[in-house]
Design a protein around this ligand. Structure first.
Ligand SMILES: Cc1cc2nc3c(=O)[nH]c(=O)nc-3n(C[C@H](O)[C@H](O)[C@H](O)COP(=O)(O)O)c2cc1C
Length: 335
């Protein structure tokens, strides 16, 4: 169980907020949203919070399967406990499938890579694998052609520039990028990456509030591989599925020797998000993804398991629970 939870917390999360808590009851892990770690400016509907939780759920599932137990998953299982995002129960024994072993092994090696990548084409079979990985979890990864790629990157750039000038956004970003003693969350300066000299690759600028921590400008790859992740609907249930699809696609890219970057800026601005979507097919854009060959990304710290485990029992509330105060009014999850 410890190994499985360690895999879960290695998942990517927006601004490395790690907005999760875990409660173990018998053979079941309850995955809970930690709303103290939400981003009210960037993510007012908790969409990215639930995508982050979905990514942790995927790692939990894969880690169990790689250890020879079938994970039994329930998403949003209890309308009376809206923060309970998922339940993953250790099911019957099984022979671990090869794919699960490879994906589980990739979990600690996957890091967001915000560095320039090499000018090498990603082979078509690798891109087919990424799309199939997302598809297996009920989402869609659409790899752009050069024309669509440039249009998508334009939207990322416009969103990034608008956000950089928004004082509330800057304040919130500052909270998750600032130094703090013994900090085990947020995005550390080693992971910021350089700014593209020509701003052709508009990766989120985490140094915007602390320009002193910025690395010098650098030229990025000329023909990046850019994809868009879509889901069929836009509900909390679907965001949890989307997070699983996202992590499955990212881990598949790691297995394939690819580096990856998540870029969600245009999805956070409603009028720009609409331009990523085709009303005729009804799919909802959830993230822009970049894949390529590059140096390994820098690891970002994770909180220890003792910080994310919720104690169960009927005794006095744990320190974590007391700090949380009364539960915040939650969005009613739509199924
Ligand atoms: C929903 C979601 C949105 C994210 N958006 C961005 C983004 O816009 N730009 C970026 O550089 N990283 C983005 N990330 C990546 C996180 O910053 C990253 O996962 C986190 O800092 C932990 O680092 P790691 O991925 O290297 O483990 C996002 C991750 C998630 C799950």
């Amino acid at each position: 169980m410890r190994a499985c939870l360690t895999a879960a917390v290695a998942a990517p999360s927006v601004h490395n907020t790690q907005p999760w808590r875990f409660r173990i009851r018998g053979n079941t892990v309850d995955v809970l949203a930690d709303r103290r770690r939400r981003l009210p400016v960037l993510d007012p509907r908790n969409r990215e919070l639930l995508i982050s939780l979905g990514a942790a759920v995927f790692n939990l599932r894969v880690a169990m399967l790689a250890r020879g137990r079938v994970p039994v998953l329930r998403l949003l299982p209890d309308a009376g406990e809206p923060d309970l995002a998922a339940q993953v129960t250790v099911g019957p024994s099984t022979r671990p499938p090869e794919t699960a072993l490879m994906l589980a092994e990739a979990i600690p090696r996957r890091h967001s890579n915000r560095q320039p990548m090499r000018d090498l084409r990603v082979p078509a079979e690798a891109l087919t694998d990424l799309s199939a990985a997302a598809e297996a979890e009920g989402a869609r990864v659409v790899v752009t052609d050069p024309l669509a790629r440039d249009a998508v990157l334009d939207l990322v750039r416009i969103a990034e520039q608008r956000r950089r000038h928004d004082p509330a956004y800057r304040r919130e970003l500052g909270e998750w990028t600032g130094p703090r003693p013994r900090r085990r969350d947020g995005v550390p300066p080693e992971a910021f990456g350089p700014r593209d000299a020509l701003e052709a690759m508009p990766i989120r600028d985490f140094s915007v509030v602390r320009p002193a921590r910025r690395c010098g400008p650098a030229p990025f790859e000329r023909a990046p591989t850019i994809a868009v992740l879509y889901t069929r609907s836009d509900t909390p249930y679907e965001w949890l599925r989307c997070g699983q699809a996202l992590e499955r696609a990212l881990l598949t890219s790691t297995v394939r020797g690819l580096a990856s970057t998540i870029m969600t800026q245009p999805v956070e601005v409603p009028d720009l998000r609409a331009l990523l979507e085709d009303p005729a097919d009804g799919y909802h854009a959830q993230a822009v993804l970049r894949f390529g060959y590059g140096p390994p990304g820098a690891a970002s710290a994770r909180r220890p398991l003792t910080d994310v485990l919720v104690r169960t029992g009927t005794g006095p509330r744990s320190r974590t629970d007391r700090e949380a105060g009364p539960a915040a009014p939650a969005d009613r999850p739509a199924r």
